[in-house]
Design a protein around this ligand. Structure first.
Ligand SMILES: [Fe+2]
Ligand SMILES: [Fe+2]
Length: 175
């Protein structure tokens, strides 16, 4: 019964609230992060492609709407995801000699991507479509570095628990 109530509350919860999703081990947590990254990349790719198609087709009304949808996704999903990673995930790895420079590089990626969203917000037409594709490709590169370098490093570091770091972090592991 309590479980049902929790599910109910979760389905109505705001994007910034926590779902209390827990993991038995770091490998499971890593798999959940990768899955959420894949989901996010599919979504931003679809939104960017839709904006490009509208601009290429000369459909100004649709381009206006697709641009607004992409900006909203960046504000509601992409930036909260980056911010959520920086504390519990990037923080402990940054405090290790082996992880420090990699994490600082990843923070520069976040700053760059957030700057691109700022550029996208007032952009129109071909420039908006180009910025949408740049954000999509920059995010794809960034998440490869997280999936293949940073998060596996955290998972195999015995002093840092990836499972504990992401428990309940809906913005990082999904619901
Ligand atoms: Fe990130
Ligand atoms: Fe990420």
């Amino acid at each position: 019964m309590a479980h049902t109530d929790e599910e109910h509350a979760r389905s109505h919860s705001h994007a910034h609230s926590h779902s209390h999703r827990a993991f038995d081990n770091d490998d499971d947590a890593l798999a959940a992060i990768e899955e959420h990254h894949t989901h996010m990349l599919h979504r931003v790719t679809a939104l960017s492609d839709a904006l490009i198609a509208a601009v290429a087709g000369g459909d100004g009304g649709t381009a206006y709407d697709e641009h607004a949808t992409l900006v909203a996704w960046c504000e509601d999903e992409l930036i909260p995801h980056a911010v959520a990673e920086e504390g519990p995930l990037y923080g402990p790895a940054r405090d290790t000699p082996e992880g420090r420079l990699l994490v600082e590089g990843m923070l520069l990626d976040h700053q760059t991507i957030i700057g691109l969203v700022e550029e996208l917000r007032p952009a129109e037409g071909a420039r908006a479509a180009a910025l949408g594709l740049v954000i999509t490709r920059a995010f794809a590169l960034h998440l490869r570095k997280e999936n293949e370098l940073l998060f596996p490093y955290i998972a195999r570091n015995p002093d840092i628990s990836l499972a504990e770091a992401v428990a309940g972090l809906e913005e990082v592991v999904g619901q």
